[in-house]
Design a protein around this ligand. Structure first.
Ligand SMILES: O=C(O)CC1=CCC(=O)O1
Length: 93
């Protein structure tokens, strides 16, 4: 199943720099593993914002929740999920 996801990152400005650097390094490692394994085919920065637009490809809502809640930045993000269904007018790939 495909999901369109928007993640807005809200790191506290006074967060300890070492904690911040560790979080960001672990976020990168985690998301790149998901990408390499085919679950995260699109990851885009929203221009001018500390936010991303993603498309993820997972089996179901439970796998989606496990994937999102495993993000090291999960506690610091507002996440909006839109499930995607096939469009009848889409031409075949
Ligand atoms: O958009 C961000 O910086 C947060 C994030 C989610 C996955 C990732 O690699 O970074």
């Amino acid at each position: 199943m495909l999901y369109h996801i928007r993640m807005d990152v809200n790191l506290p400005p006074d967060l300890d720099p070492e904690v911040r650097a560790d979080l960001l390094a672990r976020e990168k490692e985690y998301s790149q593993k998901q990408q390499r394994e085919g679950r995260w085919p699109h990851l885009w920065r929203v221009a001018g914002e500390y936010a991303n637009i993603s498309v993820v490809d997972v089996a179901d809502h439970d796998e989606l929740h496990a994937m999102l809640s495993g993000l090291p930045l999960f506690a610091y993000m507002d996440i909006e999920v839109t499930p995607l269904a096939g469009h009848p007018n889409k031409i075949a790939d």
